[in-house]
Write a protein that binds this ligand. Structure first.
Ligand code: PGA
Length: 257
């Protein structure tokens, strides 16, 4: 794992956008894995800015969302398919139909999950997966206790996740869905690069476990310690629990040199 501790979320967005831009320059048909939630929004603003400046194009790119709530109407603004269109896809030049998400509206979610996993494979796999992290250590919506080998599947959200996400639902936890379809940890681990972003003190414990804890289903993100190409971008509050923070800073600087 390579770890960068940067001053602000905007600095993180620049580093993450640089990685995506250089991937798309090398491979315009790259497949991106997209995360929703608050954390990647500065990155999506930065990518939009670069698109408007003519520095980056998604014209040959496909994307796959990490997850989707089960139980919201298809046109609900907080559904992740709509969210990602609003904050990235519709602001840049993805071709029509190139942005994918789990289809939770077919009436058969197990089949929809299997189809989504297959669609990712058929697209050639995800070249770069953007990830956030839950305060409970989830990535995607893989909550504690799940299998490290899981494929895209229906999952149940923890109360902590539903409480954390109630801010998108008028602060009312009863409006937050209880279920989702999420890429599995096994699916995420097949990505060519896993780029995890965490900002804010609320993520400090999950980040401490991710970087320095034992690999454990209690903290699902810890499986990224086994990913051959995982990059963790942190701001100072998210990094505050790391015992070896100074060492990670030194390694990051030497790596850039
Ligand atoms: P957040 O969510 O970016 O809204 O904090 C991250 C996550 O739950 O993975």
């Amino acid at each position: 794992m390579r770890i960068a501790i940067l001053p602000t979320p905007e600095d993180i967005a620049v580093v993450a956008a640089d990685r995506i831009q250089s991937l798309l320059e090398r491979k315009p048909s790259a497949v991106l894995g997209l995360a929703t939630g608050s954390t990647p929004l500065p990155l999506y603003d930065e990518l939009t800015k670069r698109y408007e400046a003519g520095e980056i194009s998604f014209a040959n790119t496909q994307s796959f969302n990490l997850d989707e709530y089960v139980g919201l109407p298809e046109d609900h603004p907080e559904g992740y398919a709509n969210f990602i269109h609003r904050f990235l896809v519709d602001r840049v030049d993805f071709p029509k139909g190139a942005a994918h998400g789990p289809n939770v509206w077919t009436g058969d979610n197990d089949q929809a999950a299997a189809n989504y996993d297959k669609a990712i494979r058929d697209a050639g796999g995800i070249d770069l997966q953007i990830l956030g992290i839950g305060a409970d250590g989830h990535i995607g919506f893989n909550e504690p206790g799940g299998s490290f080998a899981s494929r895209t599947h229906v999952d149940v959200l923890t109360e902590q996740t539903r409480r954390d996400n109630a801010r998108f639902f008028d602060g009312d936890i009863t409006k937050v869905p209880t279920h989702c379809i999420t890429q599995g940890l096994g699916t995420i681990m097949e990505s060519g690069e896993a780029l995890l972003i965490a900002t804010g003190a609320g993520k400090a414990e999950a980040v401490r476990q991710l970087v320095e804890g034992a690999i454990s289903a209690r903290w699902p993100a810890t499986i990224l310690q086994m990913h051959p190409n995982a990059i963790v971008l942190l701001d100072e509050p998210a990094a505050q629990g790391l015992e070896l923070a100074d060492f990670y800073r030194e390694v990051w600087v030497k790596h850039q040199a």
